[in-house]
Write a protein that binds this ligand. Structure first.
Ligand code: MN
Length: 229
């Protein structure tokens, strides 16, 4: 009985964070969050082998290396503090805490049930206001994804004055970081590191990006859109 209670109490800390606040306030030791879907759930858009290595090896390595890189100055800070103050810490913290945050976020905006989660009318209106149309937004996002040279991410953020903006970041940087040229609250992201698509798509990044639209969890994006951080 006691063992069962312990297991139940442990579950929330292992699950994916459902809010930015929950993810941002994580403290060490950091742990690899469990996905809310199976490794093969996103196929054929993302294959099971890619999901397995991406989550259990790549993401796990960011978690372990963040824990290893913590020192007296950084060990008491939460995850958001590490990102907002990267210039105060080592490059390893920037790369690995960034990697941990980015992947923890990324898994939540993907879903095998994308067909059932239509884009919320409020976000759709905001996208149409700031990009002209949803098709223009998609085209801009795809152009940005193609423009990332080497490894990095594409972000849809809520920028100043509630304006939606697409921005890119190299390596594991993100728009919450002090070193980011364009800052804002992330509501959608796409990992364009080769490890995210190369096994199935090889060099066809554009095809991976096209298929990304089929697996977006718009309900979760809407939650991030509304959330105050
Ligand atoms: Mn990745």
């Amino acid at each position: 009985m006691t063992k069962l209670i312990c297991i139940l109490l442990m579950l929330p800390t292992l699950a994916l964070s459902a809010t930015l606040k929950e993810l941002n306030s994580k403290k060490p030791p950091y742990t690899l969050p469990q996905l809310s879907y199976s490794y093969d759930a996103l196929k054929p858009n993302i294959d099971a082998q890619t999901m397995t290595t991406h989550h259990s090896l790549h993401h796990k390595a960011y978690v372990d290396k963040t824990n290893a890189a913590l020192d007296a100055n950084s060990k008491n800070e939460n995850l958001l503090d590490l990102l907002r103050n990267t210039t105060k810490y080592s490059l390893s913290i920037r790369n690995n805490a960034g990697g941990h945050w980015n992947h923890s976020f990324f898994w939540t905006i993907l879903t095998p049930e994308a067909k059932q989660t239509k884009i919320n009318p409020t976000i759709l209106k905001a996208i149409e206001k700031d990009f002209g149309s949803f098709d223009k937004f998609k085209a801009d996002f795809e152009t940005s994804a193609a423009s990332v040279f080497g490894s990095g991410w594409i972000w849809l953020i809520l920028h100043d004055k509630n304006v939606l903006k697409i921005t890119t970041a190299p390596n594991q940087d993100n728009p919450l970081m002090d070193i980011s040229n364009v800052k804002g609250k992330p509501i959608l992201a796409l990992d364009v590191w080769e490890h995210a698509y190369y096994l199935a798509y090889q060099n066809r990044r554009a095809e991976y990006v096209t298929n990304f639209w089929k697996i977006i969890n718009w309900d979760q994006v809407y939650k991030y859109y509304l959330e105050k951080i």
